[in-house]
Every structure is written in C-alpha cells, then in structure tokens.
Design a protein around this ligand. Structure first.
Ligand SMILES: Nc1ncnc2c1ncn2[C@@H]1O[C@H](COP(=O)(O)OP(=O)(O)OP(=O)(O)O)[C@@H](O)[C@H]1O
Length: 793
C-alpha cells in the first residue's frame, strides 16, 4: 500500500461531535454496516469498546471531585476476551473503528482528519481513548520538592591519598598495573575489606555489598596475587617455582549467566595482563564444547564457568582435574540457587573435595603460598534461606565481609550494621503511577524526554517481564528497513539492533535500539551485548531480567522498570545497572494505580523513590511535534501532531497510530506485529502471576484490567488464549507457575530466565560435611538475627 493515509491525528477540535457521519468509499455493505454501528453508538456505545469517538469536551477534561470519586474505583467491568478460532480478537464494535479494523473500507474513507492534524479536525475520525475510565491513584503526590544536593556516592572508590591497593597486600606490580592501565588508583570499601582478608587468611568468606561496588575485583585480585606470589617475590625476582598453564587449576569462579561469566572473564583478562603466564579460560553453555575441551586440555589456572556447563565437563572431560583447586568463588549466590543450580553445585563441590583428597596423597610440587585448603568465596546480595543452604553446601567457617565494615576515627575496624542490601545512595529513583492504558505512550514519552537533549542520557535499559514482550516492544519501536536485508547483509545483530524510530528527535537523531533475552542464540546475545557496550551513539536496551545481575556497562545512566521486578531483590539488582562505582544514575519504575501502589511501601526498605507524575512525562515527552515512522513501505513518515495539540491529544494520536499499525500489518497479510502483540500480552499476563509470594498482594492478577492492559500492547481488546490460564486462577502456595518465555528459556544451558520456584525452602540437606554445614547454618542464622538486615521483604 502506498501512503496508507494513516491519518494520525484524530483530534476532533472544538466543534461538537457531529452525529451524522457520512461514509464514502469502500463496499456498500461495509458502509451500511459502519453506519448502523454509528447509529447504535449514538444511542449509547457498547461497553468494552476501546476506541470510540472522543467527545471534545472530555479530551482534556479535568474530572470533578464527584467524578473522581466514581473513578476512584477500578472499572468494574472487565474487558471480555473474544477470540475466534484463529486466535484473532473480535473487532471493536464501535462505528468507525469497526470498518477500519476489518479492513473493508479504504482507510482514507473513514479518516477525515487532516493529515498533519489540527485542533479543528473534521468529525468522523476515531481516537483511541486513553484518559477516561482510568482508576485514580490512591497515592497522594506531594508538592514537588526542591532539587536536593545529590547524595554522596556510596559505592565509589575511596580517596587515593588514604588508601591504595599496595597497602592492602597486593604486589607493587599489580597495584601499578591497576593504576596505570585500568585507571584504578584506590580500592572501593568492599575491596578494602576483602583483599587483605583473602590475601592473608585461608578462611571462607561471604561478601555482601551494594551493586556496582567492585566485588569482582575484590575476589579476583587476591587470587591473582597469591598465584603470582608462587613464582615471584615481592621485589619482582623469581622464585624457584615456575607457574605455567599446566601447573594446575587453582581457582574456579561460578556465575549464573553466560553474560556474567564473560564479563568476569574480561575483567580477569585485563588484570592478568600484568602476569601473562597465568592462564584463564571460560566454559559456558551455548558455545562449542569441543573447543572448550581443547582449551582445558592445553591447561588452565583459573576457570570461569556456569554451573551446568562445568558439571557437564566434570562428568565428560577426563582431562579436567579439580584436585588442585584452592578457590571456589560463587558469584551471585542467591541467583545461582534461584535458578535451580543446587544439584550441579553439590556435584561440583563434591568432585573438588574428592579430587583434592586424591591430590593430597600424591607426591609433587606443593604450592606454599596458596591456601592449604579450599577457600570458598560466596557473593550474594541477600542472606535468604537459599543462600544459607548454599553456604551449608560450600562454606566451612566463613567470615562475613561487607562494605560497611568501616574504619573509625582511631583507625580501628568497626562493623556497622547498615549492610542492608540497598541501592547506591547517589542513584536517583522515581516511580510513576501509570494507568494500564497509558503505559505504552508514557514509556515512549519517557524515552523521548530522556533523550531529548543530546548527551543528557547516553544509555538506558528498559526491563520487561518476559521475552515475548521484549520482542514485541523492540519490533514496535524500531524503524523497519525499506528493504529486508539480503543474506549478505545479515549479521548476528540484524534482528536485535536497529534504529529507535519512535524515540529519536531532531535534537538527537541517532538513537540505537537493542534487545536481549535468554531465548536468543548465544552468539546473538554476545554480539548484541557487545554492541550495547561499545555503542558511541545513545542507545536503549530492552531486556528481561537476564541483564539484571552483574552486568557492568558504566555508561548506563537510566534504568526503566516498565514491568516491576519479580521481587524487591531483583529490583535492586536491576536499578543497580546504573550508578556504578560512584557514578550518578537514574531509575524510573512504572506501577499501576490500585494494589500495585502498595509495592512502594515494600520498596522503601531497600530503596527510596520519589513519585513523579506521568502527566508531566507526557508533557515533556511530547513537547515537540512527533514524527512517526511510516506504517507501510513507501509511505511518507507522517508528522503526528501539530504544535497546537495538547500532550494528551498527542498521546492519543500516538496510541491510535500504534493500534492502526498493528491492524495494517494484519490487513496486509503480514500480521507478525499483531501476532507478536497478542503473544506478548499473553506472556505478560502469565509472567505477572509469578511475582514472589510475599509480594503477590501488590501484584494481584485478579485486579489486572485485561482490556486496558491489552491497550498497552496496541491491541483494542484482550486476545483469547488467556482465559482459564493463570490470570483467573487463584494462586496456590507452592504451585510453580511458569511464564512461557521462562519455560522456553529453561532449556538454555545456563538457565537464564529459568522458571524460579521462589518458595522459601526449609528442607534439611545432606552434605558431605554435615558438621561444617551445621556450623555454617548457625553462623548465618546469627548474622541474620543480629543485623536483621538480609531478609528484605
Ligand atoms: N577500585 C576501583 N576504582 C574504580 N573503579 C572500580 C574499582 N573497582 C571496580 N571498579 C569499577 O566498578 C564497576 C563495578 O564493578 P563490579 O562489576 O565488580 O561491581 P559489583 O559489585 O560486582 O556489582 P554487581 O553487584 O552489580 O554485580 C566496574 O566498572 C569496575 O571497573
């Protein structure tokens, strides 16, 4: 279709709505049908209709108190979901949209508003009603407070006059390398408290610190230091022992996701440039096992792995000997357990123990500077039951290291009690109470506003609950190439990196959009993440929780939680992707009016967010006229609105544009986007049901308005296929409800997005060392009781 005539502005102007609409064009039968529906509408529109003519006086109408009181309740009538045999939703029965949606009339014949929109659009256009029938938030918004001084960063490096890496027990060579090559002059608090401990002592450690506080180097540097010390004296002269790649495997670092493993490997690789004789490698799922075997066979001193893949190699790669392992690091311990790696972890710990016993009976070189027993370092944000269990499996007598162990004025170490797992203090957090219908337009407005000024935001991450929804939003917001790429032009990131057509503005014309989730193939994930890291243009990554843990992209300045996290802990990890190592950062959370507002109280224990109104976001986001991408190949890019339209009209016009774009895709027989929207909607609803039990009262699936939620997917009504699904089911404690996207991803080797049964698990476990397990349990219980700080939520 050439220019579709997608008349994007359906503003009806000041004139009262003319009831007699004359339909022209198209088939007689369709005109008649549309006319009849219009007449019916006049007598009273059908309930559940999402797209009805907008009486002008309602457009920017501020409800009176009485109306507000009525609105206060959530709309009682739930949108019915109709689906035909093919899963297509029944079209909206309102007059003009009916004709349009069924595609029987040429679009131009029903859209009578001028193309570029004016206040006085002709009657007969349709609009997508966004500002009526929305529940009113119960939260009372306080007057905007004066901009306060930004808080002092809590995860920044300490002042380099006071502290340096050499003073913590690292060799001059390492300290100089850190300072000269990695531009790290002074340690962070957690590094200051961890490094001396792990360099001098052989006891296990439990590390707990804020996101972005440098935990990775806190455990890697002591390991490298002690392996280096085998072959080098402090003055740089050589010892009698020469270390090379087949001297033995000394350390294993386990992390829950492939991305995190790769990132740790990159950090280690940079550190090892000052000791190139020490060799590290990585074994993760999704890559060739053969080449991993070959690397292991050549010899490796430090191994970074996902538990599933390592357990597999321990079974099938005979050459992998873990008898010499002196450090086992479990990064993101809580996540390792949540993702169901318990069995693999048990088998890995058991195998290391078994091989260590055999090794101790062998004659050969004894490595004096290495720990004489295996040291386990467990990093975890929280000390919940599953982490205690992991501690019982792996730790013997761990010391608890936090960033808050601070020096007092006399220089004595004192333990403070504020080791709560919380967001960095300099991170500015806000939340918006956005009615379901307005979510999509508010997201676009927020992104537009954030990137409106060049340089104000460089990188943003948008968290969404499931992979299907990520796919849909990416395909919706990207610009479609005029021609599909030829096979020669295809690259790994062809379908994951694109121009962000809906976010760009004249001031910031080049914004890249990326997507990432666990259902993508590993090489695609790796390349996409690399593009995000390296992009010099501003960019937005739309992703699931796969990116929420550990991912370190220093230039991320904004995190948007479009769907709230499945637990408060996950929320803190998500927002922790910004404001890293003392840098500033912003985070915005979308919640809906109603029970979700209770979530703010839950968050207050871990974060402190200020309320922002979505209205002001719409204002800021739609300040200037919006040029939308073309709907069809060959059509002009229409300018959505004129300067004279209010932000609300612009929002409605944008919503309508999205809805029509979806319908146009179906009409053209390429209903990919429409199908995607339906699938995304279904997965969203299922994912919504998987919030942790303690937080489910804030995310009550029965309170979700399906019709309004569908609108945020550009759908005019909720598609079929969810009735009788989890949306209507009451939640049975202990029942495992899996979002389909997560189920799908469960096949992946590192189990990203794997369905997580978040039940607190109090079962006793049988470990090889029951006594150590008992001691560890006591210790962790003590820590939990003493500080009462780890059980958030
Ligand atoms: N001493 C330091 N000086 C300056 N920057 C540092 C220092 N230590 C670490 N960093 C930087 O801080 C950032 C965060 O480090 P890292 O990823 O190890 O944090 P983390 O505590 O593991 O975070 P998360 O809990 O989110 O995984 C990295 O970009 C790293 O390069």
């Amino acid at each position: 279709m050439a220019d579709t005539g997608m008349l994007l502005n359906f503003d009806l102007g000041d004139a009262p709505l003319k009831r007699q609409v004359k339909y022209t064009g198209g088939r007689w039968r369709d005109r008649k049908h549309a006319q009849r529906s219009a007449n019916k509408d006049r007598d009273g529109p059908l309930s559940g209709s999402n797209s009805t003519p907008l009486p002008n006086d309602r457009r920017d109408h501020k409800p009176s108190d009485d109306e507000r009181a009525g609105d206060d309740e959530r709309p009682t009538k739930r949108q019915r979901t109709h689906g035909d045999a093919r899963g297509h939703s029944r079209p909206d029965t309102s007059s003009r949209s009916l004709s349009y949606m069924t595609g029987k009339l040429p679009p131009g014949s029903i859209s009578t508003a001028p193309r570029h929109g004016t206040q006085n659009a002709k009657p007969g256009g349709v609009t997508s009603r966004l500002f009526t029938s929305n529940p009113t938030p119960k939260t009372v918004f306080e007057d905007p407070v004066e901009e306060v001084e930004p808080a002092k960063p809590s995860n920044a490096p300490l002042s380099d006059e006071a502290e340096n890496f050499h003073a913590l027990g690292l060799s001059r060579r390492i300290a100089q390398h850190l300072s000269a090559k990695l531009e790290m002059k002074a340690p962070t608090s957690i590094q200051k408290n961890t490094i001396p401990q792990l360099v001098k002592e052989d006891s296990d450690a439990f590390l707990q610190a804020e996101t972005g506080s440098g935990k990775t180097l806190a455990y890697l540097l002591p390991i490298v230091q002690r392996i280096m010390a085998l072959s080098q004296h402090e003055d740089g002269t050589s010892t009698a022992v020469q270390i090379h790649r087949d001297s033995g495997l000394f350390a294993i670092v386990l992390a829950p996701t492939r991305e995190l493993c790769k990132q740790i490997a990159m950090v280690l690789e940079k550190v090892l440039r000052c000791a190139p004789w020490i060799v590290s490698t990585i074994v993760i799922g999704g890559e060739s096992k053969k080449s991993e075997k070959a690397r292991i066979r050549k010899g490796v001193n430090i191994l970074i792995a996902t538990p599933g893949r390592l357990a597999d190699h321990l079974l099938n790669t005979k050459v992998l000997d873990v008898g010499t392992v002196r450090w086992l690091v479990l990064d993101e311990g809580d996540r390792l357990m949540e993702m169901g790696f318990e069995d693999e972890l048990k088998s890995i710990v058991g195998k290391i123990r078994e091989d260590a016993l055999k090794e101790s009976n062998k004659e050969g070189v004894k490595f004096d500077t290495l720990p004489q027993r295996r040291v386990t370092v467990l990093c975890s944000a929280t000390m919940k039951m599953n982490v205690q269990k992991l501690g019982e499996i792996s730790l013997q007598d761990a010391i608890h290291v936090t960033a808050a162990k601070a020096d007092n004025e006399e220089g004595n170490a004192t333990e403070t009690n504020d080791a709560v797992f919380s967001a960095p203090s300099q991170l500015k957090q806000s939340y918006m109470i956005v009615p379901a219908k307005l979510r999509l337009v508010t997201l676009i407005a927020l992104l537009k506003a954030s990137f409106a000024r060049k340089g104000s935001v460089m990188k943003a991450i948008v968290f969404i609950s499931c992979a299907d929804s990520v796919d849909f939003h990416f395909d919706l917001l990207r610009s479609t190439p005029a021609q599909p790429p030829s096979p020669d032009e295809m690259s790994l990131t062809t379908n994951t990196v694109a121009d962000a057509a809906y976010i760009t503005s004249p001031a910031n014309p080049a914004i890249t959009l990326l997507k990432l989730h666990g259902s993508l193939k590993q090489p695609v994930r790796t390349s996409t993440l690399a593009s995000f890291h390296m992009s010099k243009d501003p960019c937005v990554l739309i992703t699931t929780d796969i990116t929420s843990r550990g991912l370190d992209v220093p230039s991320v300045d904004l995190v948007i939680e479009y769907d709230p996290a499945f637990s408060v802990d996950d929320h803190v990890h998500r927002i922790g992707r910004t404001a890293r190592a003392g840098r500033p950062g912003k985070a915005a959370l979308f919640i809906q009016p109603g029970c979700e507002e209770g979530y703010i109280n839950l968050l207050n224990s871990a974060t402190s967010a200020v309320a922002e109104s979505y209205e002001s976001t719409l204002q800021k986001g739609f300040l200037s006229p919006v040029t939308l991408p073309k709907i069809e190949k060959g059509s002009e890019a229409p300018i959505l609105v004129s300067d004279r339209q209010s932000p609300n009209s612009r929002a409605e016009a944008l919503q309508l544009h999205v809805e029509q774009r979806l319908l146009a895709s179906e009409k053209e027989g390429k209903s990919k986007l429409l199908d995607q929207a339906r699938q995304a909607f279904r997965s969203h609803i299922r994912a919504y049901a998987t919030h942790v039990r303690e937080e489910r009262s804030c995310f009550d699936i029965t309170q979700l308005h399906l019709g309004h939620t569908a609108k945020s997917y550009g759908l005019r009504e909720a598609p079929g296929g969810i009735g009788g699904g989890p949306s209507r089911r009451t939640f049975k404690p202990g029942h495992n409800h899996k979002p389909s996207a997560q189920k799908h991803a469960a096949k992946s080797d590192d189990r990203d997005e794997r369905s997580v049964d978040r039940r607190a698990d109090h079962d006793e476990i049988g470990t090889a060392d029951d006594d150590a397990a008992r001691r560890m349990r006591m210790k962790m219980m003590q820590a939990t009781n003493a500080a009462g700080e780890f059980n958030i939520g």
